[in-house]
Design a protein around this ligand. Structure first.
Ligand SMILES: [Ca+2]
Ligand SMILES: [Ca+2]
Length: 231
């Protein structure tokens, strides 16, 4: 009986350690225009000069998804302060929202909802950085001051609930779509969409595996003890 109590205390200590690990290791992205938090996140590169307008020319997209949001860091070739930078995040497997006709590859139409991203220097031309506005079907959802000094690199997030893809372990398929210039659209990536799976994160998974291991060990110990009862 005393031995079982001791075991219970050990299990509780392990559980506490496990939950502390989850909190300490949360790999969240902060939308602040500082990009250190993107280290180690997956990314897709895009060729330069595949669209004539250099300030619409995507170079790279890094991405990360939790249960609620798809986070993106987007780089372009140059910045243009006289015009807002508009592009779309097309949610290829979105199940909510207006289905818009797209042609990401050749002449085959794809129907998918999209977010509108507008990077705007309005009223802020003398200052460093720019506002990144995220809208869905005309409604402004997020507005964050989250670019580098000349807004060549931005970070933002889109809420997955708008397109019905919120929740854990959901597969998200998306593409970036520039505005059209001389009949050309810069798509990221070229060809198939980016696929990312929503949380739990690697760290949460580690904790779950850890818990599983602890529970299993405890179970084995209990079993052995029950077998060895001799007092
Ligand atoms: Ca950041
Ligand atoms: Ca490009």
């Amino acid at each position: 009986m005393l031995k079982d109590k001791g075991l219970m205390i050990w299990i509780m200590i392990f559980m506490l350690l496990g939950s502390m690990q989850t909190i300490a290791a949360d790999p969240g992205i902060v939308l602040d225009g500082s990009f250190k938090d993107w280290k180690g996140k997956p990314n897709v590169s895009d060729p330069k000069h595949d669209i004539k307008t250099t300030w619409m020319d995507f170079l790279q997209a890094a991405y990360f998804a939790d249960e609620e949001y798809l986070y993106l860091q987007v780089k372009r070739l140059s910045a243009e302060k006289s015009a807002p930078w508009h592009f779309n995040v097309v949610m290829m497997n979105g199940v909510k929202g207006e289905l818009i006709e797209h042609y990401p590859v050749g002449s085959k139409a794809v129907y998918a909802p999209q977010f509108d991203i507008v990077v705007d220097y309005q009223d802020n031309r003398s200052q460093n950085g720019a506002l990144v506005n995220v809208s869905f079907e005309g409604e402004l959802l997020e507005s964050t001051f989250s670019s580098d000094n000349n807004a060549k690199i931005i970070e933002f997030r889109v809420p997955l609930a708008s397109v019905g893809l919120e929740g854990q372990n959901k597969q998200i398929k998306f593409m970036l779509k520039s505005d059209k210039v001389n009949g050309i659209i810069d798509w990221v990536p070229n060809g198939k969409p980016i696929i990312v799976t929503t949380g739990p994160t690697f760290f949460e998974l580690t904790t779950i595996v850890f818990f599983g291991f602890v529970s299993y060990s405890a179970f084995i110990v209990m079993k052995k003890r029950k077998k060895n009862v001799s007092f």
